[in-house]
Design a protein around this ligand. Structure first.
Ligand SMILES: [Zn+2]
Ligand SMILES: [Zn+2]
Length: 299
């Protein structure tokens, strides 16, 4: 088993407190401290028996040159029963929290999903393999058939796979050190970046995968979602009172945005969902102006 970064509950509490101090409107975020206190140790401690990947440096380099995420089209070993158990634990943790003001799911929706998994109404093998393959359309029709919250079901399945994805990301790290990758999706698992980080005195931009924790460098002054680099249609939005720390890159060509934070050190993979929540006000600013997290239109 690869080493796992330790979950630091003090770091979570401190980051959310800092966010609320800067943006008092985010006061509801403090309730999430307890939520992460339950959720993050579950993800840290889960052992999904993620198999050892047999992929050579040459194959990895070839896939990356072709723009293919490394986990695409390879046999992935995982303990489906352990993933199912983790999904039940995650749903149970969500049930203990009231419908929260951070736009999160409500307890009743989490309970319905947990019961459907526990009594076997939900085909979790299909759910997990579909999620691993990035196919959510089938999952959404399963959710509709069973009267479950589709977004929450997808989110739970994705979260339940995180420990394995992080394990594979750690395994692939040494193979990819010399490889170039400048796409707008993760070179390990293919997910969209959760945020960008500006490092080294703001000269270098890195994208971070919220699923597997991978990081890769990206060009500044260019839309991550569609590649637009025209300054007339690609720009930035700032929160008025903290322009130096965080911004949203916004693109009028594709209608998408990406949050970018100043981070002298890479955010630990476990802290990425916390950072995502702590910067919620920038999502509000970007969404108010009509931008979305995913490209809305193909230019
Ligand atoms: Zn990834
Ligand atoms: Zn764009």
């Amino acid at each position: 088993m690869a080493d796992k970064a330790d979950f630091d509950s003090k770091a979570v509490a401190a980051r959310l407190r800092e966010a609320v101090n800067q943006q008092p409107g985010l006061i509801d975020l403090l309730a999430a401290t307890e939520f992460f206190g339950e959720l993050l140790p579950l993800l840290r401690d889960a052992d999904l028996s993620a198999g050892t990947l047999s992929i050579t440096g040459d194959i990895a380099a070839g896939k990356m040159r072709a723009g293919l995420p490394l986990l695409a089209d390879i046999e992935l070993e995982i303990d489906l029963g352990a993933v199912q158990k983790l999904m039940i634990s995650l749903a149970a943790a969500l049930e203990t929290f009231k419908a929260n003001a951070c736009g999160g799911p409500n307890a009743a929706a989490a309970r319905s999903i947990r019961l459907a998994v526990e009594d076997g109404r939900l085909d979790t093998d299909l759910l997990i393999t579909g999620t691993m393959a990035g196919d959510t359309s089938h999952i959404r029709s399963m959710a509709a058939d069973l009267g479950l919250d589709a977004d929450l079901l997808v989110a739970l399945a994705r979260n339940a796979l995180k420990p394995a994805l992080r394990d594979w990301c750690r395994q692939l790290g040494p193979l990819t050190e010399k490889c170039d990758w400048h796409k707008g999706y993760c070179f390990v698992c293919g997910a969209a970046p959760v945020l960008g980080e500006l490092r080294e005195d703001h000269q270098a931009k890195y994208l971070r995968c919220g699923q597997c924790g991978a990081e890769w460098s990206a060009q500044r002054l260019k839309c991550t979602l569609c590649g637009n680099a025209d300054h007339k249609t690609f720009g930035y939005l700032y929160a008025e009172d903290e322009p130096a720390r965080i911004l949203a890159e916004v693109c009028d060509d594709c209608g998408g945005y990406l949050k970018v934070i100043n981070a002298y050190q890479p955010t630990p993979a476990e802290m990425l969902p916390v950072e995502d929540l702590a910067t919620l006000h920038i999502d509000h600013i970007a969404k108010e102006r009509g931008y979305a997290r995913e490209a809305k239109n193909v230019p």
